[in-house]
Design a protein around this ligand. Structure first.
Ligand code: F6P
Length: 568
C-alpha cells in the first residue's frame, strides 16, 4: 500500500507530465496576476517564484506533500528542540544562537533537555566582551602590540559561514576594526597564502573546530602554533590563540586558555555554526554591532518560518519550488547567482548547507528513498557567471533552475554600475524564461541582410529554448541584518526539504569513510614507509578500516606518487 508521501511524489510527476506541464510563459499569458500571486514577501525581502512552471494544481500538490510529510509537526518539533537529528539523537537548535536568551528555546541532546537560549546567550556575552577588549587594545599580543589581524583556522562549517559573512560585511570597506584571514585547506600553499604579510605579533589565531579533531584544522593549528612560537616564543601562544569548539578538554590540551575559549553544544551542526562562537572572526573583523545585527536578521527569519502559515512562508515556498524542480521535473542541479560581489562565497557556503544536509539516500527509517534528494548546487557572482557557465543554463540539454539574488541599493557611490548589474540580473531571468525562437532569429537575420544559407546554417544554433525556471530574491540593501535573514532563509529551506524527503538533514555520515581511508594511506606516503600491497580481490565496498591493501589503482597511484618524489 503506497503511503501518502509516495503518492504525493507520484502526483507531482503526473502534473509535470501534463501537456505543457513544464512550460512557464503560457501561465503568465493565462493569468495577468501571476507575478504577484507567485511572489511572497517578508518586509523588504521578496521571493518571486513566478518564473516557474508551478500552477495552482502543482502548488496544491506540493502542500499536499508537505501535509503528508507532517511539515507542520516537524517545524513545531524543531523549534521545541526535539531530536530532529535522529541518527545522532540531537536537536538542530541553531536558532537559539541568534534568539534572545529569554526566548525559551531548549534543545535535547541524547534525550536530555537543556536551556539552549540561555547557554548561547552566556557565551555570546563572553564573545562580546572579548571583541571589545581586543578592539580597545586591552587584550594584546605578547609584545603589547594591538591585534590588527585575526587568522581563523577551520574547514567546512567552521570556515565557509564565517568567511561568507566576513566578506559580505567587510569587502571593500575601510572602516573595519580588523582584517580577517581564513585558513582551511591542509595544503601547505594555503598556509603560505593565509599568513602572507602577517605579523605574528599583531595576529590573533582562532582555531574553529566543533570536534577539535579535524585533521586539516589541527594540522594547520600546529603550523600556526609553530609560526607564533617561532616568532615570539612558546610563552606567546596562550596570548595569541583562541578556540571555538564543543570539545573543551581538547582545547585545553592544545594550550588555549579558558578566557580565550568559547564553547557551543552539539545541538549546533557545523554548517549551521556561523552564529555560534565559530563566528567570532566575523565579529572581530566587522564589529560586534554587525555580528549582532546578523543574528537579529536570522532570528527574524526564524520567527517568520516558525509562525507564518505555510502558504505565505518564504522558506517553505522556496523549498517547495525546489521540490517541484527536483522531483517533478527531474532537475539534477540548481544554480545560485548572487548579483553582489560581496556574496562571492555564498554558493560555497550553500553547497555545504544544502548538499551536506540533504545529500542523503536513505530515509529516517534507514531504507533507500523512492525519490531523488538534494540536487547539485553551484554558482558564482553575477555578472561573472554570464561569462562562464550561463551558456549551458540557456542552451544546454539540462534544465537548471536558478536563484537570482539582488540588493536594490549598493554600498558604493557608482549608481550606474549598480543599474547595469541589476539590468543583467533581471535580463538573465527573463531570457531564461522567454528564450528566443528560431522564427524570430531567422527574421532578424534576414532583416540584417543575411543570406538564406547563413540563416539556415546559424539560426538553429542561436535558438534559446526558454521556459527555463528561476527564482528572484530581491531586498533593499545587503547589510548585516539582511545577510543573516538570507542565510537563515536557505537554512530553513533545507530543513523543509529534508522533512519532505524524509531524510536526516543534520547528520553527515558520508564524510567518515574518506577520512578513515586517508588515515590508512597517510603512513604509506611517509618517506621510508613500506609500500602497501594491492588487494587482488575485486573491489567491493571497502570496510573503511585503514589497511595497507588497496585497489590496484590506488596502490599504483601511491607508488607513482612516491616515485615522482624520489621516494620509490
Ligand atoms: O567532515 C565534515 C565536517 O564534519 C563538517 O560537517 C564540518 O563543518 C567540518 O567537517 C569541520 O568539522 P569541525 O568543525 O569539527 O572541525
Amino acid at each position: 500500500m503506497i503511503d501518502r508521501r509516495s503518492a504525493a511524489f507520484v502526483r507531482l510527476r503526473q502534473l509535470a507530465d501534463r501537456p505543457g506541464g513544464r512550460r512557464i510563459t503560457p501561465l503568465f499569458a493565462a493569468d495577468p496576476h501571476r507575478a504577484a500571486r507567485f511572489s511572497v514577501a517578508l518586509d523588504d525581502l521578496t521571493l518571486d517564484f513566478s518564473k516557474s512552471s508551478l500552477d495552482d494544481a502543482a502548488l496544491d500538490a506540493l502542500f499536499g506533500l508537505a501535509d503528508a510529510a507532517g511539515l507542520d509537526d516537524f517545524r513545531r518539533r524543531m523549534f521545541a528542540g526535539a531530536m530532529v537529528n535522529t541518527t545522532e539523537r540531537r536537536a538542530a537548535m541553531h536558532m537559539a544562537l541568534r534568539a534572545p536568551g529569554d526566548a525559551g528555546l531548549r534543545a535535547e541532546l541524547g534525550g536530555v533537555s537543556e536551556d539552549a537560549g540561555h547557554l548561547a546567550a552566556v557565551e555570546r556575552a563572553r564573545m562580546r566582551d572579548f571583541v571589545a577588549a581586543v578592539h580597545a587594545g586591552d587584550k594584546t599580543g605578547a609584545t603589547g602590540a594591538r591585534f590588527t589581524h585575526v587568522l581563523s583556522i577551520g574547514i567546512g562549517g567552521s570556515d565557509l559561514g564565517p568567511l561568507v559573512a566576513t566578506e559580505a560585511l567587510t569587502l571593500g570597506r575601510v572602516d573595519t576594526p580588523m582584517e580577517a584571514r581564513f585558513l582551511s585547506n591542509v595544503d601547505g600553499h594555503a598556509f603560505l597564502h593565509a599568513t602572507h604579510g602577517l605579523d605574528p605579533a599583531r595576529t590573533l589565531v582562532l582555531i574553529a573546530s566543533k570536534t577539535f579533531t579535524t585533521l586539516e584544522t589541527m594540522t594547520n593549528a600546529q603550523a600556526a602554533r609553530a609560526w607564533v612560537a617561532g616568532a615570539l616564543g612558546e610563552a606567546a601562544v596562550p596570548l595569541h590563540f583562541g578556540a571555538l569548539s564543543t570539545n573543551l578538554p581538547a582545547v585545553a590540551a592544545f594550550g588555549v586558555t579558558p578566557d580565550h575559549t568559547f564553547g557551543f553544544r552539539d545541538w549546533v551542526g557545523g554548517r549551521y555554526s556561523l552564529w555560534s562562537p565559530v563566528g567570532l572572526s566575523i565579529a572581530l573583523a566587522a564589529g560586534w554591532d554587525k555580528f549582532q545585527a546578523m543574528l537579529d536578521g536570522a532570528w527574524a527569519m526564524d520567527r517568520h518560518f516558525r509562525d507564518t502559515p505555510l502558504r505565505q512562508n518564504l522558506p517553505v515556498l522556496l523549498a517547495l519550488v525546489g521540490i517541484w524542480h527536483t522531483n517533478a521535473l527531474g532537475c539534477a542541479n540548481q544554480c545560485v547567482l548572487a548579483y553582489d560581489d560581496r556574496l562571492r562565497r555564498l554558493p560555497a557556503h550553500l553547497q555545504q548547507v544544502e548538499m551536506e544536509s540533504n545529500g542523503k539516500r536513505v530515509t529516517l527509517a534507514g531504507v533507500p528513498t523512492e525519490w531523488d534528494t538534494c540536487p547539485v548546487l553551484f554558482g558564482e557572482p553575477g555578472t561573472n557567471a554570464q561569462h562562464s557557465f550561463i551558456q549551458m543554463v540557456h542552451q544546454g540539454t539540462r534544465v537548471i533552475p536558478v536563484d537570482f539574488i539582488l540588493a536594490a541599493n549598493p554600498d558604493h557611490d557608482r549608481p550606474e554600475a549598480h543599474r547595469v548589474l541589476a539590468a543583467n540580473a533581471f535580463a538573465q531571468a527573463e531570457a531564461l524564461m522567454v528564450g528566443k525562437s528560431e522564427a524570430s532569429i531567422r527574421a532578424e537575420m534576414a532583416a540584417k541582410g543575411a543570406s538564406q544559407s547563413d540563416i539556415d546554417a546559424i539560426a538553429p544554433h542561436r535558438v534559446a529554448p526558454g521556459e527555463r525556471p528561476s527564482n528572484t530574491i530581491l531586498f533593499k540593501r545587503l547589510d548585516a541584518f539582511s545577510l543573516g535573514r538570507l542565510i537563515a532563509l536557505y537554512e530553513h529551506k533545507v530543513a523543509v526539504q529534508g522533512c519532505l524527503w524524509d531524510i536526516d538533514s543534520f547528520d553527515q555520515w558520508g564524510v567518515e569513510l574518506g577520512k578513515a581511508l586517508a588515515g590508512g594511506i597517510l603512513p604509506q606516503l611517509t618517506p621510508g614507509a613500506a609500500a602497501g600491497s594491492h588487494d587482488r580481490s575485486p573491489r567491493g565496498s571497502h570496510d573503511g578500516s585503514p589497511r595497507g591493501s588497496h585497489d590496484a589503482s590506488t596502490h599504483g597511484l601511491i607508488a607513482r606518487f612516491r616515485a615522482l618524489r624520489g621516494e620509490s
